[in-house]
Design a protein around this ligand. Structure first.
Ligand code: SAJ
Length: 401
């Protein structure tokens, strides 16, 4: 059987490298759709974490990658402490792939990388194989936009590669498959999507600061602006976290530097968003008095997602510490030990002098009743509250007094 016939008959053996928030749902979905799927994890310890999906997905550490017809790469592509792209995981995978005969196989890169990276790192093995780039578009915590429901962009290193990639995704995706003319178009599409989001969040954060000075409620402005068909709403807040939005633009900035192209708007947006934790911390000092009981509610990067990566609330809490302000942290997704491992003290649900909304978890609706007294100052880092409470709600671009 040709690879195309194997795909169409769902007889192709598929290996997924990297079982994180992208690879795991993808591996399970492929298995549920009838493919024989092996998930590759780094070590035996990681293997145990996935025993619950065994044998739906055969979890292995040994590199029997050579037995796979298709290999899908879903490894993290973070930035280092200097905000430079960190391709360590990606290059480790390439190193493993370089050790096997790839003839006739299809390699799929779902990891987010800058244009030319897939070609440079996965496109030069001395075999006759197929290669596509199809950057992941997972929205963690979003029950509606699941792996199979989000349109998928695919670009190939050759027409045959693209044909095979489209055939594969068409076998399990419910959403539209969007073929593009090259690996680089697919890679740049993902960069544009997430840089667009970062820039628009920076714009609304900028407007929120001005609105505050003008005593205009930024949420009222956004809601009014939403009546314009071409306006896509974004919301101001304590900052931009997660593994995508504050990270991916640095990949395109690095490429632009190599190509000697300036990206002033992208770079300004990144920097402006990174200033938001301090903007909110300064708001705390405006209302804080020594001896106040202070609770930071929520420390994850976005609501109802137990994920701390690049969380702006962690940066915010470290700024409070540097200001000598004592506070406790409470997050429904993390226990006492987790909070202490972050270097913060754990707080509990009781009336406090100052409540700071770090993350607008849905649980805050019920928990706020236990936290807010008539003398509680509320610093609302996510503009969660809609009515004046306690001694007033001091938000990002709006106050409820
Ligand atoms: N944020 C704001 N204001 C906004 C929107 C978000 O401050 O108007 C903050 C969030 O609080 C969070 C960060 O930005 O800290 C990122 O928010 P996000 O909703 O974009 O969350 P992510 O990182 O889970 O984004 C994912 C991304 N998916 C991929 O990169 C594959 C992103 O591309 C999607 O646009 C986003 O999901 C989504 O909502 O679809």
């Amino acid at each position: 059987m040709t690879l195309l016939e194997k795909i169409n008959a769902k007889r192709a053996k598929i290996g997924v490298i990297g079982l994180g928030y992208v690879g795991l749902p993808l591996a399970v979905l492929l298995a549920k759709k009838g493919f024989k799927v092996s998930g590759f994890v780094r070590n035996e310890k990681r293997k145990k974490e996935f025993s619950k999906i065994f044998p739906l997905v055969n979890i292995i550490t040994s590199s029997n990658l050579a037995n796979q017809d298709i290999i899908i790469v879903c490894v993290p592509t973070p930035v280092d402490k200097n905000k430079n792209p960190d391709l360590t995981h990606f290059k480790n995978v390439a190193n493993r792939l370089s050790k096997i005969k790839l003839d006739g196989k299809l390699l799929v890169n779902e990891s987010t990388v800058a244009p030319f990276t897939t070609r440079e790192i996965l496109g030069n093995f001395p075999y006759k194989y197929f290669l596509v780039a199809s950057p992941e578009r997972i929205d963690p915590g979003n029950q509606d936009m699941t792996t199979e429901n989000v349109p998928k962009v695919i670009g190939g290193i050759s027409r045959k590669s693209l044909e095979l990639g489209v055939a594969l995704y068409s076998k399990f995706m419910k959403a539209q498959i969007v073929s593009v003319s090259s690996l680089e178009v697919a890679e740049m599409t993902k960069m544009l999507e997430n840089t667009y989001r970062n820039v628009n969040i920076a714009l609304i954060n900028e407007f929120a600061k001005l609105a505050q000075k003008c005593r205009v409620d930024i949420l009222e402005v956004i809601n009014a602006a939403k009546t314009k068909w071409s306006f896509q709403a974004h919301y101001p807040g304590i900052g931009v976290g997660g593994h995508c939005i504050p990270v991916d633009p640095y990949y395109i900035v690095a490429l632009a530097k190599k190509k000697r192209v300036a990206l002033p708007v992208t770079q300004a947006a990144l920097s402006e968003n990174e200033k938001m934790p301090k903007f909110v911390a300064d708001k705390v000092t405006e209302h804080h008095k020594k001896g106040m009981s202070v609770l930071v509610y929520g420390i994850t990067y976005k609501r109802d997602v137990p994920d701390l990566r690049e969380s702006p609330v962690i940066a915010f809490c470290n700024i409070l510490k540097s200001k000598g302000i004592s506070f406790n942290v409470y997050d429904p997704f993390f226990n006492k030990k987790d909070i202490e491992n972050l270097g913060f003290n754990t707080g509990y649900l009781k009336i406090v002098d100052m409540l700071i909304v770090g993350t607008d978890h849905t649980t805050l609706i019920k928990d706020s009743k236990k936290l807010i007294g008539e003398n509680t100052f509320i610093i609302d880092g996510r503009n969660f509250f809609t009515l004046k409470m306690g001694k007033g709600v001091f938000g990002v671009g709006r106050n409820l007094l």
